[in-house]
Design a protein around this ligand. Sequence first.
Ligand code: PMP
Length: 394
Amino acid sequence: MFEHLTDQPADKILALMGAYKADPRDDKIDLGVGVYKDAEGRTPIMRAVKAAEARLLERETTKSYTALAGDPAFSDAMIDLVLADTLPRDRIAAIATPGGTGAVRQAFELIGRTTPEATIWVSDPTWPNHLSILKHLDARTRSYRYFDPASRAVDMAGMMADLGEAQPGDVVLLHGCCHNPTGANPTAEQWDEIVATLKARQLVPMIDIAYQGFGDGLDADAAATRLIASSLDEVLIAASCSKNFGIYRERTGILMAIARDVPQARKAQDNLAYLNRQNYSFPPDHGARVVSTILTDPELRADWQAELEEVREGMLKLREQLAAELRQLSNSDRFDFLAEHRGMFSRLGASPEQVARLRDDHGIYMVGDSRMNIAGLNAKTVPVLARAIIAAGI
Ligand code: PMP
C-alpha cells in the first residue's frame, strides 16, 4: 500500500537547521528556527515551570484520564490570561489541545463542520503551517495583503481592499500579536478599523495568539484579542503556551470558541469535545497542569511574569541595538522598522540571493523569506549581523 504514497516536501526550517549544524564555522549565527534562545543560545526551562513540575511530582496522585475538553482549571486559567474579564465565561467554549497547532487544526475542523462553504482568509504571508493544514483539510482559502515590502509595516490599504471581497460568514485569520513571520502588527487605530470591517461585513475572526507576552507585555499583547472578543458575537481563539511558558515539547494549547449566547456556547462546547474525541481523545495534560498551577498560584505567577518580562525586554533591546547599528552603518533610518516590529521575528525584506549571501559569506542563517529570529542574537552578534546586512547589499 505504501507505494501509493507521494513524497512530502522537506520542511524548509528543519532543512535550514540541518545546514546550520553541518556548517563548521565557529562564528556562525542561527536566526532560523522559531524557538526562544537566551544570550548563551540556550532555551531554558522557566523557573516557575520547574517549580510547578516539582509540585506536581510531589502532589499528583493519579494519571487517570482527565475530561475530553481537558482539565477545566486549565481552560479557566487560560481564558483569564487571554481574555481577562472581557465577557461572561458561559459564552466561551474551550478545549485543551496539543499545542497551538492542535488548536488551529481543531478550529479549522470546526469551521469545516459548521460552515464548509466559508472562505478562510489568511494574511500574506502567514505562518506556513496555517496554509499546509488548510490545504490538508481541503478548505477554501484566500489571502489578504498584509505586509508592505517598502515600509515593512502592515499594508493596511491592501488588507482592507482584499477583505472588502470577503462574504458574510467568511473567516478571517488574524495573528493576535507578534505576527509570524513578519513581526509587523497593526496599530491600535488599525485594529479599530479591522474590527469595524469585520462587523460591517459580518466576518468571523479567528485569532491565533502564540506569543502573548513576547511583544509589549501580557495585557498589551492580548488587547486586540480582547477588543475583537468584546466587539463581535462569534470569535475563535487558538492560543499556544509553547513560547510564553517555554514548554514547546509538552504540547500545550487551547481553542476557545466565543458564541453569541449560552445555548450556542454549550453546543460549541459539545462539538469541540467531540472533535478532541475523534482526533486523539484526551488532550495532553502535563503542560496544561503546569500552566494552571503557575497561573493560579500568586507566587509562581509573579515569578513567571518576571522571567517572561526579562525575555521580552531582552528581545526588545536586541531590536533597538540592531536598528541603531544599522542606522549608523547605512547612514539612514531605513532599518528602523526592526525596532518597531514585535515578537521573536522580523522579516528583513532581503531577496533570496541576499539571504544566501548572508549564509554563504557570513555564516548567518535565516529562513529564505528573510524571516529572522531576533532571539538568536546577542549583544556581541548584533554588530556582526548589522555589518553583514550592509555587506550583502540589503
Ligand atoms: N501559531 C503561530 C503563528 C506560531 O508561530 C506557532 C508556533 N510556531 C503556533 C501557532 C503553534 O505552536 P505550537 O503548536 O508549538 O504551540
